[in-house]
Design a protein around this ligand. Structure first.
Ligand code: ADP
Ligand code: MG
Length: 679
């Protein structure tokens, strides 16, 4: 019998319940067995009747006697009995539960769970839940699973249905983990883990079951990722061996107006090692905003071109792409490279020209938005593709770039996240981290501003701007709707211009503006023709305006720390002392404590770690966009298990990348295929 069997055929229940289950995503036997409890309540400890305590929940086992049912004067149905064990007896009362007539009998052994009270000088148990004593308990007398409920499907109902299904079907969940992994990582057998996670024998076994199932999820995720990487590096046709051209590189480094940091030098070396290999690189370069990723990418681009190949850099927005173009153009100009820019707004005639020159190899480097992979654009010999803020692109877009002759692939991310988390969500890439800021970077002074200080804040900004500084004001995040977010930004902009900063020039930037308009606004802001820029969260990525020294974030509590950190990175890029003000709409101890971390720490890695602990991985900027499936059991904060699972996955893939000798793992991955397909 197949685990894909529909529940209609297995559960004795009505259509309505089946529909409700489907709403929970539970359609087949497999789904139901893998519908794990949310939490557990320990109802395994029993109290002797002689030791019953009032006003707390007691679990007792006893025998029923003196059972009777009657209707009270005010029309209530009353059920009473005496429950006795070796230590004594207690009175039990239920109201209006007429079905008890059918269920309870004198002499029956049952388990009760409920609050004890003194009633007319006597100890009574009032309306306890009960269960007949069985070989295996379901609802009480054990560690009880609690499931996510939905209207019309109670946790109790789910318990009742799941228990027999597990009994009948868990044998079909065959062990697929190779023995060497089971032994090495001391994992509980799969079948047992599934049974125990629903109906645990005890705390220790439960923990082991959870450990096994978490390990599995992470292991499969990482096996898949490592396999993908292996495919990319071994199946792809690739002959781009890029040797380090030391003379050119020393000249490049010597022309820079600064010394590279140790971290930059180390990551450059890691990248160059990869470029030099006979298979394509798959590497993610992570570094805080301002840590200097561009120059690292530029060095790789230069070296690639000096080996006779082309390079491409793709950024998620036109503004960013333009900025990269200018920076890289300036850095690489002395080396005689032909560098071109393409974005959506580029006139067709220029696009056509560049396309032609990319095809015949006249253009060495193309920088732009996803327009560079659209339409007819193709390369003569693409050796390196750089993708900035990779999580903003879909897998498809990345794949198109990859299909252009299997170039070396370098992704850049300004979202620092802990290494183990990166390993899970970007497992198909090797990781390089710039964990050091250039020397002499100023500290940005960060303050939490309560509502009552708002006007003082505005006054202070007004004075600063009159001295020549510039400010960003980020509008509140509105989850439900971009349209509302844009609307509120427009309102804020009008309000500030008309009522607060009347003598200054206020500008507006939001995601629904045409690229050309956005660029105009950004240009005006760069030239200090706009003093204060009101913006939705679209400006989060890499815009460089050195004269902007004030960052105001409205309703800061709505953003995760790592995103606040992204915003803050927009200032502190010039010579002036910079400030970040976190305005709070809703205050509270939790919120203040969380935002205080922004005041206390300037490292994005540190803030991401705190975010991870407080709000969970989903809140970390970039994680949701990474397309990682919802994990049932594993936690992305569990770096210990993540590391173990990664190690195990690596062992398997090293030995047998196509899983020829591990058909069971392969089948499991296929089974999960749907879940794992990203985007
Ligand atoms: P990001 O990592 O955010 O992309 P950028 O590459 O834009 O950072 O660099 C931020 C600024 O720091 C740029 O103005 C760049 O010229 C400068 N920069 C990069 N590396 C160094 C360094 N080692 N020392 C001083 N300034 C540097
Ligand atoms: Mg950048």
């Amino acid at each position: 019998m197949s685990l894909n069997l529909s529940l209609q055929k297995v559960l004795h229940t009505n259509k309505e319940h089946i529909t409700k289950l489907e709403e929970l995503g539970v359609k087949t036997v497999r789904d139901l067995v893998l519908y794990f409890p949310r939490i557990y309540v320990d109802k395994s400890a029993y109290t002797n009747i002689a030791d019953l305590k009032t006003d707390e929940v007691n679990n007792v086992i006893g025998t029923i006697s003196n059972l009777f049912h009657k209707r009270t004067k005010n029309g209530k149905q009353l059920t009473k009995c005496l429950l006795s064990d070796d230590t004594g007896s207690v009175e039990v009362i239920w109201f209006n539960q007429s079905y008890l007539k059918r269920l309870l009998k004198n002499g029956q052994e049952i388990i009760l769970s409920g609050k004890a009270k003194f009633n007319l000088g006597k100890m009574t148990l009032q309306s306890p839940s009960f269960e007949e004593q069985k070989k295996e308990q379901t609802h009480i007398g054990r560690i009880v699973p609690v499931y996510h409920e939905t209207a019309g499907l109670s946790s109790k109902w789910l318990r009742e249905k799941i228990q027999p299904v597990i009994k009948d079907w868990s044998k079909q969940f065959k062990e697929y983990m190779p023995k060497e992994i089971l032994d090495e990582y001391k994992l509980m057998p799969y079948q047992k883990a599934i049974a125990e996670v629903h109906f645990p024998s005890d705390e220790i076994t439960l923990e082991e079951a959870k450990k096994r199932l978490s390990f599995d999820e992470l292991f499969l995720l990482q096996t898949k990722a490592l396999q993908k990487k292996w495919h990319w590096q071994n199946i792809a046709v690739h002959d781009q061996k890029v040797l380090p051209r030391h003379e050119v590189l020393s000249e490049f480094f010597s022309k820079l107006p600064f010394e590279l940091t140790g971290a930059q030098l180390r990551t450059i070396e890691e990248i160059f090692n990869d470029l030099n290999k006979p298979y394509p690189m798959s590497r993610l370069l992570q570094g805080d905003v301002g840590s200097g990723k561009t120059v690292v990418a530029a060095a790789a681009i230069l070296n690639t071109v000096k080996n006779g190949y082309q390079a491409a850099l793709m950024a998620p927005t036109e503004i960013l792409a333009k900025q990269h173009y200018h920076t890289i153009f300036k850095m690489l100009k002395p080396f005689g490279l032909n560098i071109q820019f393409i974005a959506g707004s580029t006139p067709q005639s220029i696009k056509d020209d560049v396309t032609l020159q990319l095809k015949n190899g006249t253009v060495d480097v193309v920088i732009g938005t996803h327009a560079i992979i659209q339409e007819t654009i193709g390369f003569k010999k693409l050796g390196l593709a750089v993708i900035d803020e990779q999580h903003r692109f879909g897998v498809k877009q990345r794949d198109i770039l990859k299909s252009q002759g299997s170039p070396h692939l370098l992704s850049l991310s300004a979202t620092p996240i802990p290494r183990t988390l990166a390993m899970t969500i970007y497992g198909d890439q090797d990781l390089s981290v710039i964990d050091e800021m250039p020397k002499g970077r100023q500290q940005i002074i960060t303050r939490i501003v309560p509502e009552k200080k708002r006007l003082d804040g505005y006054k202070w900004i007004d004075e600063q701007v009159k001295k020549g500084r510039q400010a960003f004001i980020i509008c509140p995040l509105i989850d439900e709707s971009d349209v509302l977010e844009v609307k509120s930004a427009i309102q804020e902009y009008e309000y500030l211009q008309e009522h607060i900063f009347t003598k200054l020039k206020v500008g507006l930037l939001h995601g629904k503006m045409k690229p050309k308009d956005k660029e105009d606004v950004m240009n005006l802001f760069s030239q200090n023709k706009i003093n204060i820029l009101v913006s939705t969260s679209v400006i989060e990525v890499g815009i460089d305006v050195p004269n902007a020294s004030i960052m105001v974030i409205e309703a800061a509590e709505r953003f995760g720390l790592s995103q606040l950190h992204q915003f803050r990175g927009r200032v502190g890029r010039g010579e002036y002392q910079s400030y970040c003000f976190l305005f709070m709409k809703k205050s509270g101890q939790e919120t203040s404590k969380r935002l205080q971390a922004m005041v206390d720490f300037s490292s994005g890695f540190k803030l991401a770690e705190i975010d991870l602990q407080i709000r969970g991985a989903g809140e970390i900027y970039g994680v949701k966009q990474s397309g990682i499936p919802d994990l049932k059991m594993a936690s992305l904060t569990d770096s210990f298990t993540i590391s173990l699972a990664r190690q195990a996955a690596q062992e398997i893939i090293n030995k047998d990348p196509e899983l020829t000798n591990y058909p069971m793992i392969k089948a499991k991955l296929d089974e999960l295929g749907e879940v794992f397909v990203k985007d």
